[in-house]
Design a protein around this ligand. Sequence first.
Ligand SMILES: [Zn+2]
Length: 340
Amino acid sequence: MRALQLVSDRSLQLVDLPEPDAPGAGEVQVRVKALALNHIDVWGWRGMAFAKRKMPLVVGAEAAGEIVALGADVRGLKVGQTVSMYGALTCGHCSNCLKGRDNLCENVGGVLGFHVDGFARDVLNMPERLVIPAPEGVTFEEAACAGITFSTVEHMLFDNAKLEKGETVLVHAGGSGIGSAAIRLAKDVGATVITTVGDDEKAAKAEALGADHVINYKTERFEHMVRKITKKVGVDVVFEHVGVDTWQGSLLSMKPGGRLVTCGSTSGVSTQMNLMQLFQRQYKIFGSFGATIRNVADGLEKMGRGVKPVIDTVVPLADFNAGLERLESRKVFGKILVKF
Ligand SMILES: [Zn+2]
């Protein structure tokens, strides 16, 4: 079978590997149909000194496929189903796993495609627990955006920030994979969405996606525009993943009691904080990393009723590298998919 391996920094190789054995007890065999690219793929591909991993490593951190075989004792899934896969090897038996807090697993065995072999291979066996069926009508490309993209946003907006109908949310970088998903999912619950983008072409796309207000952060200070748009009140929730470049402005954009949720720091990790501002304005700040298995299922359910991920481009497996370069360049609007 085909597999795409990272052999050294920025170097990928398409190789021929033996197919896996029949799935064992509690496992299902999945034929991979589509992958979605994320910044975690870019970090892994560039090389990350602190990541414990062995090369060559099969890449691919987010994927969907079709179940082709069931191991013994598998009852909840069927051959032929379209499925998303949860990309971290959680244990399933620690107290956090048992409470459904999968992303706080105490014995996690690594992230697929980053620490351990990932999804960029024709066939793999997965524990049944980590395989989530998609509703009828959800395509492989769409389902490929559930394991990280939609689920991360679900976890941020709804588990952590508890965004509700009628509230206002500031979504940074609305053209990014998670930014575009956040616009869709926030609009779906009836929130007002303000988003930032870096050029006019993306602004038009963000508007078409349903954003109520779009700010070009290259030509306007977003925190000033947010004050203007909200008539000096501020937003209820800030969806952060930019980091140091936007942090201060994000805090200034919130109303008293506002909630900031962050899952990333692409522009830098260290910043200063005014603690008086934090407690006097009663801000709540949430760090969010990954998602729960339920978040994946909830994202798929929403896709099933029409809340679709935004797809920027679909590339063949041979162009995985070009897809990563495109993601790294930030010229994207939505997700880059790799078709198998
Ligand atoms: Zn666990």
